[in-house]
Write a protein that binds this ligand. Structure first.
Ligand code: MRU
Length: 340
């Protein structure tokens, strides 16, 4: 396989390296990943995270194992096991479907490698298109709010929602970003703040429950978020807390955009009701952990509900910024997404 380079995933000298996103921003530690079990652990613990990146990391591993001589049946097993790692982000299923098709070919090793390279390079191009299309919606001086982490760490390219912010900053200079810290796992506070800082984009970190009063005070012009799965009717799943923002945006008349590549569309999924939502460990809500250590504040026996994602209904969305264009609610109601 050719060398491939992204901010948090690379294939170099015949090995796969992944940047540990759980330890960022205080430690930059790269893992070498050689097996399905290792990759599953990296994905489950969110060391590898973000809808496009999860799919690409699993894809590189399958191609790598094929090059190492794993049998066709073992590769089929690997694809199934990797696909089952996290249920909500459909990019993983999309990538594994492409790899399953490549595996069915006579020359399956070459086919798997070519497919992996193509999916990786395609993601870079998709990010670029979304970022340019979305940046055109931003005006100089805009205050933009974003949730979770949707940047170069979460994709092979510049990112989805954060890619838009990156390109808008390059275009206009004077924008400012409100960063939701994104409880429980703090992808905003840890990763988005880190990326904006490295891009020298002015930002202010807030707790998730501060967004309402900011909107009431007229301090948010636009919201850009990513997606883990967009249903055919435009409903979409994204990091838990996204739906709160959409409701608040509707109430306060703030433009609310979802930014995602075609690989996040699930046309077989009729509406948001059918999107499987991952539930995660109680410990994530009872306290926090990361490169700074571990801390639990809730009582040991506290009962916890911890869905990792929520679903935003299409009627709360101002626009869907995809790599193919920006679609409004009427276009989505008329079936625009089903035609892509
Ligand atoms: O649980 P995570 O950190 O993988 O969740 C990530 C998100 O919800 C992102 O918003 C989404 O994957 C889009 S990233 C390009």
């Amino acid at each position: 396989m050719q060398n491939l380079l992204a901010r948090s995933l690379k294939y170099h000298g015949g090995q796969i390296f992944v940047l540990d996103q759980y330890l960022l921003p205080h430690q930059e530690h790269w893992h070498v990943c050689n097996s399905v079990v290792e990759m599953q652990e990296l994905i489950l613990t969110l060391k590898v995270r973000g809808a496009p990146l999860i799919g690409l990391a699993a894809t590189l591993l399958v191609a790598h194992l094929a090059e190492q001589g794993l049998s066709q049946s073992k590769l089929a097993e690997a694809i199934n096991d990797l696909e089952a790692t996290r249920p909500t982000a459909v990019n993983l299923m999309h990538c594994m479907k492409q790899m399953r098709q490549a595996l069915a070919e006579d020359n399956f090793v070459d086919a798997l490698v070519a497919t992996a390279e193509q999916l990786f390079n395609e993601d870079i191009a998709l990010c670029e298109s979304m970022a340019s299309l979305g940046a055109a919606l931003v005006k100089p001086g805009d205050n933009i709010l974003t949730h979770c982490n949707t940047g170069a760490l979460a994709t092979a390219g510049v990112g989805t929602a954060l890619g838009v912010i990156h390109h808008a900053h390059q275009k206009h200079g004077d924008i400012h970003v409100w960063v939701d810290e994104t409880r429980p796992l703090l992808q905003g506070g840890r990763l988005t703040a880190f990326e904006l800082e490295s891009w020298q984009i002015p930002y202010t970190l807030i707790c998730d429950n501060m967004a309402a009063s900011l909107m009431a005070a007229g301090k948010v012009d636009k919201i850009f978020v990513g997606a883990d799965r967009i249903a055919a009717n435009g409903d979409f799943a994204n990091k838990v807390g996204t739906y709160n923002l959409a409701v608040l945006a509707h109430f306060h008349n703030v433009e609310f955009y979802v930014v995602a590549p075609i690989t996040t569309l699930d046309i077989d999924c009729e509406s948001g009701q059918h999107i499987p939502i991952e539930e995660r460990a109680e410990s994530e809500v009872k306290g926090v952990s990361g490169s700074f250590g571990e801390c639990q504040w809730a009582p040991n026996n506290a009962k916890v509900f911890n869905p990792a994602f929520d679903v935003t209904p299409a009627h709360l969305v101002t626009g869907w910024v995809l790599d193919t264009g920006v679609y409004n609610l009427q276009q989505v109601k008329d079936g625009a997404l089903k035609q892509l």
